[in-house]
Write a protein that binds this ligand. Structure first.
Ligand code: NAD
Length: 332
């Protein structure tokens, strides 16, 4: 099948090309570096499948263009699908498939990395030592053992994260509309959302972005948090009302903030913008806090995850070609 693959970097091409070469019937992959948007959609001409990533634009207008060009399948090479207008896709008869699970460990371990970096000020210590400065003022951390960690969303990633934090001796509490009996049996306490905020020392977001979770972290919830709480977001940027979090940082209600995602990341992340002026004043303000660490949506970025993403994405396309829809994770 001919596939237009958008938002590709050298690493995407490497992993997808390798996985494709191992298929008994390889697909014709047409790689594009550009994001999919109303201007670039024409590049999908002649392709039955369109392969997309987290910041591609898949609104009704773009989907209509893709449908007019003959596209029948959107093969997402990611787990989240908040970037797709699923109703419009359904109306146009376009199937949307995703990679439900590639490496929950990759994201959960990255969340732990952000916690340790913030708690022990590793980002500041790294620069100090390189400046021949071995002073410890301002680097004081805290033991993680016995701290209360809240996991919001205990699906595949949240469960791995909960296990990791239990392994460090933390008390894990959680909120999920569909609690996991397995985690509960391991001693994770499920609480109502209102009871999470005043109880947690660390809050980590692992739920999908949808109309229920948009700006889940807002001024009202921040006001209920423990003073100096740590907030970690490796889910999706829209889970957080960023200006409210900035106010929380200024008032010291939020003591630490670790982000791998940002609501307006589409204009920033995955590109080298070092020769361009930063136009986003909210993001610029975040960068001024010493107790904020931001990574550019790299939590998924491990060899194991990229291998699985490539394998599952191509398997989805092969299943679609053979009309084996039951074998795919279809979201519309
Ligand atoms: P999953 O579907 O396995 O789990 C999501 C969990 O969230 C489910 O248990 C669900 O019941 C729960 N949930 C739904 N609504 C909720 C709500 N209102 N409040 C609390 N919990 C709610 O998904 P997953 O594989 O664990 O991934 C979670 C999210 O992580 C994805 O949706 C995606 O946005 C994000 N993600 C980020 C990266 C990254 O690189 N930063 C990579 C992969 C996934």
């Amino acid at each position: 099948m001919k596939v237009a693959v958008f938002s590709t970097k050298p690493y995407d091409r490497e992993f997808l090309t390798r996985a494709n070469s191992l298929l008994p019937q390889p697909h014709e992959l047409v790689f594009h570096e550009t994001q999919l948007n109303p201007q670039s959609a024409l590049l999908a001409q002649g392709c039955t499948a369109v392969c997309c990533f987290v910041n591609d634009h898949l609104d009704a207008n773009v989907l209509q263009q893709l449908s007019d060009l003959g596209a029948k399948l959107i093969a997402l090479r990611c787990a989240g699908f908040n970037q797709v207008d699923l109703v419009a896709a359904k109306k146009l008869g376009i199937v949307v498939a995703r990679v439900a699970e590639y490496s929950p460990h990759a994201v959960a371990e990255h969340a732990l990395g952000l916690i340790l970096m913030l708690n022990r000020n590793l980002h500041r210590a790294y620069h100090r030592v390189r400046e021949n400065d071995y002073s410890l003022n301002g680097l004081l951390g805290f033991d993680l053992v016995n701290k209360t960690v809240a996991v919001i969303g205990t699906g595949k990633i949240g469960q791995v994260f909960a296990n990791i934090m239990q392994g460090l001796g933390c008390r894990v509490i959680a909120y999920d509309p569909q609690p996991s009996p397995l985690l509960a049996a391991k001693g994770v306490s499920y609480l109502a959302l209102n009871d999470i905020w005043p109880t947690a020392d660390i809050i980590s977001l692992h739920c999908p972005l949808n109309s229920n979770t948009h700006h889940l972290i807002n001024a009202e919830r921040i006001a209920q948090m423990k003073n100096g709480a740590m907030l970690i977001n490796t889910g999706r940027g829209g889970l957080i009302d960023t200006p409210a979090v900035i106010d929380g940082l200024k008032s010291k209600k939020i003591g630490y903030l670790g982000l791998d995602v940002y609501e307006e990341e589409g204009d920033l992340f995955f590109e080298d913008n070092s020769n361009r002026l930063l136009q986003d004043d909210v993001f610029a303000r975040l960068l001024t806090f010493p107790n904020v660490v931001i990574t550019g949506h790299q939590a998924f970025f491990t060899r194991e995850a990229l291998t699985a993403i490539a394998d599952i994405t191509l398997a989805n396309i092969s299943h679609f070609e053979r009309n084996e829809l039951a074998q795919m994770v279809i979201v519309n």
